[in-house]
Design a protein around this ligand. Structure first.
Ligand SMILES: [Zn+2]
Length: 324
């Protein structure tokens, strides 16, 4: 996962590592669009744009210099599909206007993305020149970055919340939009959620700066929050309603909010305090939920390398509601 919500507070060496595989040679046409850990707003503004309207938002798409094998229209369709998935989840596109910069890099596939908000919402995505139509269909990075647009910027130590939301919501949004099967995402959750459990020496989500805790520890927080809200509301409301409440209160990526305000606003939208309490629990100390019991209660069984659903399990209705 080579992407980052915010660039301002990030250690430079991390970014350099992330881009080792994708960096053009110095002085090449794209380097101006990749240098440093910032959105090249000024360079972007000089490029020709194609505008897309999705979910009440305008996406201004620009390509940095360089050839890409796929026709432009297919790339624009992929952006539109991704934006519709995010708009499905949130009820609308998270920002009124987005600057979306595509930078061609060597190789196939989508190679990474970064989202900024400090001079207006912006996303930069590194697109492999040899990408196929199938690479774009399978890509999760574009939706992941667009989910970042729906959360205020925060102090770096809380990036587990922004990354966790992006990891958790991205596949759910794609299932809700009809782009992915529910089966696939539960299988991925069962496989990957253990990466988010605390390791020896862990000091809680707020104080542990590791990849696993940031991405999957954050996702585990979101799954537990979703289930907690659904349990408390008779499965009427979920994390989706809470996060829509943040957006409705003006909490998109163009503003800076303390984490307490984000969580309180989300809680208020569903009339509960599930998120704030879960942060009190998982923020300052390591918490290891019993994942096997959780999958069992949700009615998910791993069998022969695949998964099976048990619709008589105690939380089966909650599992179904999450992707509905
Ligand atoms: Zn991210």
């Amino acid at each position: 996962m080579r992407h980052r919500k915010t660039a301002r507070r990030v250690a430079l060496f991390g970014v350099a590592l992330a881009w080792l595989g994708a960096m053009p040679s110095p002085g090449s046409a794209q380097s101006a669009f990749l240098q440093g850990d910032r959105m090249p707003y000024d360079a972007f503004d000089k490029l020709a744009k194609t505008d897309l309207e999705v979910g009440g938002g305008a996406i201004h798409v620009a390509f940095a210099p360089g050839d890409v094998a796929l026709p432009r229209q297919e790339i624009l369709d992929w952006i539109g599909t991704s934006a519709r998935a995010v708009s499905t989840y949130y009820g609308r596109f998270p920002v009124k206007s987005l600057k979306l910069l595509l930078v061609p890099v060597d190789g196939p596939r989508v190679r990474g993305g970064t989202t900024w908000g400090y001079r207006g919402a912006a996303i930069r995505v590194l697109l492999g020149r040899e990408s196929s139509e199938d690479d774009l269909r399978q890509d999760w990075i574009m939706v992941h970055e667009m989910v970042h647009l729906a959360l205020p910027d925060m102090a770096e130590r809380y990036s587990w919340l922004s990354e966790g939301l992006a990891v958790y919501i991205e596949p759910i949004a794609r299932v809700q939009a009809g782009d992915l099967a529910a089966n696939d995402i539960w299988q991925a959750m069962v496989r990957d959620m253990p990466k988010g459990l605390p390791q020896p020496g862990d000091q809680g989500l707020d104080n542990t700066d590791s990849w696993g805790r940031k991405y999957w520890g954050g996702a585990l927080f979101c799954l537990r929050a979703d289930i907690g809200i659904r349990k408390a509301t008779g499965n009427r409301l979920g994390l989706q309603d809470a996060m829509r409440g943040v957006l409705a209160a003006g909490g998109n990526h163009e503003v800076d909010w303390p984490i307490e305000r984000i969580l309180a606003t989300a809680d208020k939208a569903v009339g509960l305090d599930v998120l704030s309490r879960l942060h009190d629990e998982m923020g300052p100390r390591p918490v290891t939920p019993d994942l096997d019991a959780l999958w069992h209660d949700l009615g998910i069984t791993v069998r022969d390398g695949g998964i099976q659903f048990d619709d008589t399990a105690p939380l089966a209705a909650i599992r179904q509601a999450i992707t509905r």
